[in-house]
Each structure stands twice: as C-alpha cells, then as structure tokens.
Design a protein around this ligand. Sequence first.
Ligand code: ADP
Length: 191
Amino acid sequence: MRVVFIGPPGAGKGTQSQRLLKYLNVPHISTGDLLREAVKARTREGLLAEQYMNEGKLAPDPIIIELVGKRLEKPDCLHGCLLDGFPRTLGQARALDDYLYDRGIPLDGVLELKVDEEVLIKRLAGRGRTDDEPEIIHQRFAAYREQTEPLLEYYQEQGLLETIDGVGAADEVFERIRTALDRLEDRAWQH
Ligand code: ADP
C-alpha cells in the first residue's frame, strides 16, 4: 500500500508509524528523518533546510520535492511506502499526485492522526528535542494549521482521507488505524 500519514507535532505519528511499517511491510519515507540526515551530512538540501527547521518553519517545497523524489526512485518503494510528514503543503501534494500519475501508480489513502492542540502542547513539553522549545513549537503548530491542514480537504475531496482519533493508549490508537486501513483497502478494491 501507498499511504500518507499526516498529523500535527506530537500527535504520536512516530510511535504509530513504527507499528504501521511493520504491519504494512513497506519502507518508511519520513521527510523529517531525511532532512535531519541531510543536515548531518551537510548536503546541499541539508544546508538549505537547516535554518527553516531550527525556526520551526517548513523547508521550501523544491528542496522537499527533490529529496522525496530521489527516495521514491529507489527500488524498495516499488510496491508501496509510508509517507510520513510529506506532503505538508498543497504544492507538495500536487507534486506527489503528478509524480504518481506519471508512473501510473495510485495513492491508496491518507491517514490523519487527530489530537487537540492543548493535549499536544503538554505532550511536547516532555520531549526535549531542540525544535520542541515553546516558541518553536508555536511556530510548528502555525505551520501545520496554515500550510498542512488545507491538505485534509484536498484529500477528502479525492475520497482518500481517514481521520483517526489520536487520544488513548498507543495500542488503542493503532487498532483504529488498522480499521481505517481496512476501509481504505475496501475502497481501493471498488475502484
Ligand atoms: P514534526 O512532525 O514533529 O514537526 P518532523 O521530524 O516531521 O517533525 O519535521 C521536522 C522539521 O523538518 C519540520 O519542522 C520542518 O522544518 C522540516 N520538514 C519536515 N518535513 C517537511 C516537509 N514535508 N515540508 C517542509 N518541511 C518539512
């Protein structure tokens, strides 16, 4: 399956994506991880993205699209992948659609992990990553609301969106994800 995983900072996407990967048996494409690797390796993309990441802002679309495009070309992505943290803007979503359309491969669905912002702020306070400072968190939420939330409607209109309540024990949340995946699979069969 080819699935996009969307959620605000702290929603539990990291924990759930680990389970999802095992369950789906597909490679993980996390733009956050790819960018952190690129920063460490001092690649062109890393150097370009670093400042944005430190400020909690989204890196420019062309850098991200380039990074993901290269990753998607690798043969392990042929039969599916979990796209985690990508797309995050309408520009990225359209680029992904074009990419898949050109290759005649479908997107099976989009999972939105939904958690209220109040709960998220409390969760993030205990995490200690450098971009988890209160001011930067605030910026990351703003980026999510302004740039990423519009994607939900975009995918809803395509009949691809499944929204999952992210509050509860990790096992419970994963059970909801599995149910949502079943629904997506049923829908894919009908097409
Ligand atoms: P989180 O989901 O917790 O905000 P990530 O690890 O997914 O964190 O991303 C960390 C940072 O990397 C983001 O704040 C942003 O600067 C950058 N980033 C990751 N994915 C994207 C993307 N698809 N588009 C633009 N910037 C991104």
